[in-house]
Write a protein that binds this ligand. Structure first.
Ligand code: G3P
Length: 218
């Protein structure tokens, strides 16, 4: 499963990219607003830090203007992935952009039928929002299972990008189901490394090592 960081914070992206475990980045208008940065400038900077796809979202609601915005965004870098909403105009834009080889992430997906439409429109990625699904009394992970089943039934190549990830259990369940990608806030990705027994184990080993009086680097 690929790991994307769901953020526009450059310091966090640099830190995660340095681990060699970061496969891409997703942004949205809310994350850009939170960063306080210029959209074009920060997107270009992120594209220079990671080799993988960097999702940048259009804000127009009609197909013609979405295409104009996508045209500007895709000139920023080769690894820009245009993010469009799951609407009729969004999917029309998806079809047009993927037709000429541009990566497209169809976002704000809340049903398996919507995911089916995104795949038929040739989306590179579909982004079901599991956290917001849970918030509204639905089962976000059940949605991922349904989409996995449907995509496998028809060998769709669209990658399931689990979004609105709120905690490490969402990540674990995504991997169990066989999602292709998950995008999470940096804090959730960092939490994946942590285990109390790992910390305790290191503490114990270092205490015993100190008793030997030895050093590896001499
Ligand atoms: O990738 C979409 C994500 O940013 C939405 O997350 O936590 O605002 O539902 P959240």
């Amino acid at each position: 499963m690929k790991f994307f960081a769901d953020t526009a914070e450059i310091d966090d992206i640099r830190e995660l990219a340095a681990t060699g475990l970061l496969d891409g980045v997703t942004t949205n208008p809310s994350l850009i607003a939170k960063s306080g940065r210029d959209f074009m400038e920060v997107t270009k900077e992120i594209c220079g830090i990671v080799d993988g796809p960097v999702s940048a979202e259009v804000v127009a609601l009609d197909h013609e203007t979405m295409m104009k915005e996508a045209e500007i965004l895709r000139k920023l870098a080769d690894n820009v992935c245009i993010k469009v909403p799951l609407t009729i105009d969004g999917l029309k834009t998806c079809r047009a952009l993927t037709g000429d080889g541009t990566m497209v992430n169809v976002t704000l997906c809340f049903s398996a039928n919507q995911a089916l439409l995104a795949a038929k429109a040739g989306a590179t990625f579909v982004s079901p929002f599991v956290g917001r699904h849970d918030d509204n009394g639905f089962d976000g992970m059940e949605l991922i299972s349904d989409i996995r089943l449907i995509y496998d039934n028809y060998d769709f190549e669209t990658e399931i990008l689990v979004a609105s990830v709120r905690h490490v259990t969402h990540v674990l369940e995504s991997a169990r189901i066989g999602a292709d990608v998950m995008t999470a806030p940096p804090a959730v990705i960092k939490a994946l490394f942590k285990h109390v027994l790992t910390d305790k184990g290191i503490e114990g080993f270092l205490a015993d090592w100190a008793k030997t009086g030895q050093s590896i680097i001499r």
